[in-house]
Design a protein around this ligand. Sequence first.
Ligand SMILES: [Zn+2]
Length: 82
Amino acid sequence: MRRQKITFGEMREMGLRRVLVYCHCGHHVALEADRWPDEMRLSDLEPRFVCRGCGSRDADVRPDFETGKPPLSVRSTHKLPG
Ligand SMILES: [Zn+2]
């Protein structure tokens, strides 16, 4: 049974704007999440996505935490002297 994931609305509340779609073949793609409605779940998108690499419909959709990070985490990489 497919695990139910968060909605795009919840994802946007976390400040995340992109999703990463992973396939078991290793193919993955980053997509802007703006096109999907707030009430839709990431898990609802999974059966709709067709992999360009192998044609599979069994993708894993996750929020893109890397590029969607709020500015707070970027600041910590720049250490001030003293
Ligand atoms: Zn694939």
